[in-house]
Ligand binder design. Sequence first.
Ligand code: SF4
Ligand code: SF4
Length: 126
Amino acid sequence: MTDRYERRALPVIGVPECTDCGSCCFNAHPAYIRIFERDAELIGAQLESYSVMLDGKRYMRFENGRCVALRLDSATGSVGCSIYAIRPDVCRSLERGSGECRSQLEMKWSRREAAFVALTASSADA
Ligand code: SF4
Ligand code: SF4
């Protein structure tokens, strides 16, 4: 298991594909990804399960420090937004490879790795 996660070390050069990253989908504070009216319309029937109201504003729901729409597959090592086509505007605006993206990678890549370790451990316990 150690080898597997060592291979996942943050690339020194370049930026991973978003479909193998998801670092920016982690945050400790629940008021992180704001959902506006247009976003709510796009998400449609799944809105209540994917979102939460905080101080009168709607946000993506976060559990265990990550957006509930983020799917981690410990079997394949893949990570991805399960509502990619209808994700909120705030998510679309973060351009892969931008300064903000690189900042998110630097801050949060380790959280993504920790989530994988926890997921693998809970699968082993089940
Ligand atoms: S925008 Fe950057 S931090 Fe976010 S998933 Fe894509 S590569 Fe990772
Ligand atoms: S909606 Fe998708 S892209 Fe946006 S934070 Fe959640 S998992 Fe990430």
